[in-house]
Write a protein that binds this ligand. Structure first.
Ligand SMILES: CC(C)(COP(=O)(O)OP(=O)(O)OC[C@H]1O[C@@H](n2cnc3c(N)ncnc32)[C@H](O)[C@@H]1OP(=O)(O)O)[C@@H](O)C(=O)NCCC(=O)NCCS
Length: 256
């Protein structure tokens, strides 16, 4: 188990393979890594756990791979949430809150769970907690034609890359670290990409960035923690809880 303030956060992160329904401590965050291309993740029954809206969304995906990944992701997230709610994956009721931020519907609300999902290609992260709001993001590290321009727009990324390290690989890594941290923060707050970069004041300590957001009447101090889910991808987690234990899990459920 790691803590948000732990410097070792991005070094040799271990994602323990576990089935859903492991207990969630009141003061902890669990982050689930789901491989959307894992054959074991294919739902067994044709009916699956999906809602009609989810089926329709899948049907609108542009190709077979995207469709399959979307269905696998939805069934896996349902399985993970059902483990905490002690119900069937099909019974998990999710609705959209302000700005489209997914949340548990009132029927599941007594569980007081907050969760957030991010996906990039075949990698899906789902963060779950009972202690406040959580946000998560994941991106594949990939070449960007406009990297230099983006480095000017994403302020903290330049701080992460010293001049001696400024080859393209490190610049890209610095950019995606900063980008995922910003997006995880925006998703924890719930505003999505509408959060301006200049509204965030941040300071980096080890592998954690501490941030406050201009205009936040609650004056929250966010911890932005680096995640390393899979080779070639970076992620980030945002939480307003200080020194919260973070448990990294690789979903090994068999999709319902
Ligand atoms: C949320 C947002 C940052 C997603 O960015 P992205 O890089 O495309 O995708 P990610 O993989 O990081 O996250 C997608 C997930 O974020 C979640 N999400 C959606 N809106 C969210 C919000 N406002 N806050 C937090 N999480 C949100 C969903 O679970 C979504 O998964 P799904 O597409 O499978 O339903 C972006 O869509 C956004 O800024 N949305 C809010 C503003 C907006 O456009 N609202 C439209 C209202 S109609």
């Amino acid at each position: 188990m790691m803590r948000a303030s732990d410097d070792a956060m991005c070094i040799g992160q271990r994602w323990s393979p576990l089935a859903a329904n492991s207990p969630l401590r009141e003061d902890a965050i669990q982050v689930w890594l789901i491989d959307l291309d894992d054959g074991e993740s294919l739902p067994r029954s044709e009916r699956g756990p999906w809602s009609e809206a989810e089926r329709q969304h899948a049907a609108r995906q542009h190709d077979r791979i995207a469709r399959r990944r979307w269905l696998v992701g939805r069934s896996a997230v349902r399985d993970v949430l059902a483990g905490y709610l002690h119900c069937s994956p099909r019974s998990v009721a999710v609705e959209k809150g302000p700005n489209g931020r997914p949340r548990l519907a009132p029927a599941n609300a007594p569980a007081q769970l907050d969760f957030n999902v991010a996906h990039s290609e075949h990698v899906l992260l789902c963060a779950v907690t009972r202690c406040g709001r959580v946000g998560v993001d994941v991106e594949r590290i990939r070449p960007l034609d406009d990297l230099r321009a983006l480095l000017d727009i994403v302020p903290t990324s330049s701080e992460r890359v010293s001049s001696s390290q400024s080859n393209d690989r490190n610049l890209l890594l610095g950019f995606f670290r900063a980008w995922t941290a910003h997006e995880a923060l925006a998703k924890a707050i719930g505003v999505g990409l509408e959060l301006p970069f200049d509204a965030v004041h941040s300071a980096r300590v080890g592998n954690t960035t501490f941030a406050t957001v201009r205009g936040d009447v609650r004056g929250r101090r966010w911890s932005l923690v680096e995640l390393d889910p899979v080779q070639g991808f970076v992620g980030a987690l945002a939480t307003a809880q200080a020194n919260v234990p973070i448990e990294l899990r690789r979903w090994k459920g068999v999709a319902p």
